[in-house]
Design a protein around this ligand. Structure first.
Ligand code: PGA
Length: 250
């Protein structure tokens, strides 16, 4: 059983959500399927006779590190939980890069998620320059250690090398760049070892970076890969369904 989480980023509409609900309703899978649409769609559970299927878990893409108050534009974990969402992505590389989020901040957000019974998907990953300079393992190791809060509660980690994320490819200008099976395997075992060392053996580690129907089975077969965080291929219902089914390898 794998966890396949769609991350819509700043994309999505009522029509897209309706299509996704209708498509996922027909999918039989052993995988846990999560969809993280923008905040405005979080509590939309039925439209025109189509309902959010029971086996589709809704998640948010971010939360504030604060409980509430004078923080214009921010959304608290409590608000997200009240919407019915069960998961939340924290520390996505686009938040780290575009909003200056540090691992210390990400850990605070993860604490708020846990306090509000949301499952945090804590993202880590090196960028192209860090990979090229040979510091990928140091960077990711530090992100893992600093972004995971010291609270005895289940979490999920997602390894997303920025250079392999479809949008991140713009950064390198090399559109053909994908992580190899070896790149993924090496980093996932490295992360699994750190998790063991900090008393979190068995924590699920997702992989993210251009995962789609055509490569999901191969990636899910890599040791220590427990699922995927899917961006581009989660936008169209048929692509996401293809990814969820291909990832169902057990
Ligand atoms: P991608 O995005 O699947 O489009 O590469 C993954 C992510 O950023 O979560």
């Amino acid at each position: 059983m794998k966890i396949i989480a769609g991350n819509w980023k700043m994309n999505g509409s009522l029509a897209m959500l309706r299509d996704m609900y209708a498509a996922i309703a027909d999918v039989k899978t052993n995988n846990i399927v999560v969809l993280c649409p923008p905040f405005t769609l979080l509590n939309v559970r039925h439209m025109d006779g189509v309902e959010c299927p029971k086996h589709l878990i809704i998640g948010a893409q971010d939360i504030s590190e604060h409980d509430g108050g004078t923080f214009t534009g921010d959304i608290s974990a409590k608000m997200v939980a009240e919407s019915g969402a069960k998961y939340v992505i924290v520390g996505h590389s686009e938040r780290r890069a575009n909003h200056g989020e540090t691992s210390e901040l990400v850990a605070k957000k993860a604490v708020k998620a846990i306090e509000n019974k949301l499952m945090p998907i804590i993202c880590v990953g090196e960028n192209a320059a860090q990979r090229e300079s040979g510091s990928a393992f140091d960077v990711v190791g530090e992100m893992v250690r600093k972004s995971i809060p010291n609270i005895d509660s289940e979490i999920i980690v997602a390894y997303e090398p920025v250079w392999a994320i479809s949008a991140g490819k713009i950064e390198t200008g090399k559109n053909d760049r994908t992580a190899t099976t070896r790149d993924i395997a090496e980093m996932h075992v490295f992360i699994a070892d750190i998790l063991k060392e900090i008393g979190r053996a068995g924590t699920k580690i997702l992989y993210g970076g251009s995962v789609k129907g055509s490569n999901a089975a191969e990636i899910m077969a890599i040791p220590n890969v427990d699922g995927a965080l899917v961006g581009g291929a989660s936008l169209k219902a048929s692509d996401f369904v293809a990814t969820v089914l291909a990832a169902d390898i057990n």
